[in-house]
Design a protein around this ligand. Sequence first.
Ligand SMILES: NC(=O)c1ccc[n+]([C@@H]2O[C@H](COP(=O)([O-])OP(=O)(O)OC[C@H]3O[C@@H](n4cnc5c(N)ncnc54)[C@H](OP(=O)(O)O)[C@@H]3O)[C@@H](O)[C@H]2O)c1
Length: 300
Amino acid sequence: MPHSDSTRPTPVSVLGLGLMGQALARAFLRAGHPTTVWNRTPAKAEPLTAVGAARAETAAAAVAASPLVVVCVTDHDALREVLEPLGRAVDGRVLVYLGSGTASGARETAAWAAAHGAAYLDGGIMATPPAIGTEEALVVYSGPREVFDRQEPVLRVLAGTTTHLGADHGLSSRYEAAVLSLMWNVLNGFLHGAALLTASGVDARSFAPVAARSLEMVTGWLGGFAEQIDDGAFPGEDATLTTHLAAMEHLVRESEDLGVDARLPRFIRDIARRSVAAGRGDESYAVLIDQFRTSAGADR
Ligand SMILES: NC(=O)c1ccc[n+]([C@@H]2O[C@H](COP(=O)([O-])OP(=O)(O)OC[C@H]3O[C@@H](n4cnc5c(N)ncnc54)[C@H](OP(=O)(O)O)[C@@H]3O)[C@@H](O)[C@H]2O)c1
């Protein structure tokens, strides 16, 4: 049967078979791409060879096996530890890094790849391993557009949404950092709220649906906040920062009264206090972006 562009079998090698690397390799295999796998600890390749992957004995053999080489290890240092000893063996390959890292790490890896004849895309996975290969997953890439366009039919099998962010290799790491900041702040808010409620005898299961509804409401504010940030104008139309600050004082007091750690609400209150003291009290909550934009923030 003829294959469309997205299904034409394309050899791909996956280096790094932790929880995420395994999920990536499985998605390539499910889509019918001949997949070669390698991992520093060889036993992790076994579940994949059982479902059709070819196991490479060495990283060099894995790189030699496919024109497209996907690496998913802990960070750029680990990636370079794997690839640097291979030197020019990467010549002519397209390297795609799908682990976490920093923008500077991505740019250094891109420079190393270019010096050794390889094209390079840096990716960021906004999904957990079980979501890989499903509509739920989002994977972003940065690097040369033409390299992305050529690989996109194969990379598309990893996620429902596959997005190219731009030519700067550091962009995907920056997006990933922004999403991690969002994720951990939201989760810490949920955990702190659950600590308040469980200290009051309410179980977390009762809180979860209320928390989810509240998150939907907050999600609805993001577009408007983004416009205010980009326009640099923060009209306090629905609620002013001064109004928020009064409620933050209640959250600190409630935490202290219950014997729950109040450091998180105190941090939130203190940046709002600084902003109000700087004369921004009549503006919207989004004006706090100015507090986050300065590295001096927490120390002032
Ligand atoms: N899991 C997630 O939900 C998720 C989501 C988004 C992004 N990510 C990112 O994806 C990357 C992998 O995550 P994971 O969940 O698969 O982690 P993991 O299960 O801890 O796997 C880490 C992988 O990196 C390899 N590795 C680490 N240092 C190495 C080195 N110096 N040389 C060679 N191989 C090395 C490990 O090899 P060994 O098996 O030999 O130790 C293993 O294959 C991370 O950057 C993570 O932040 C993960």
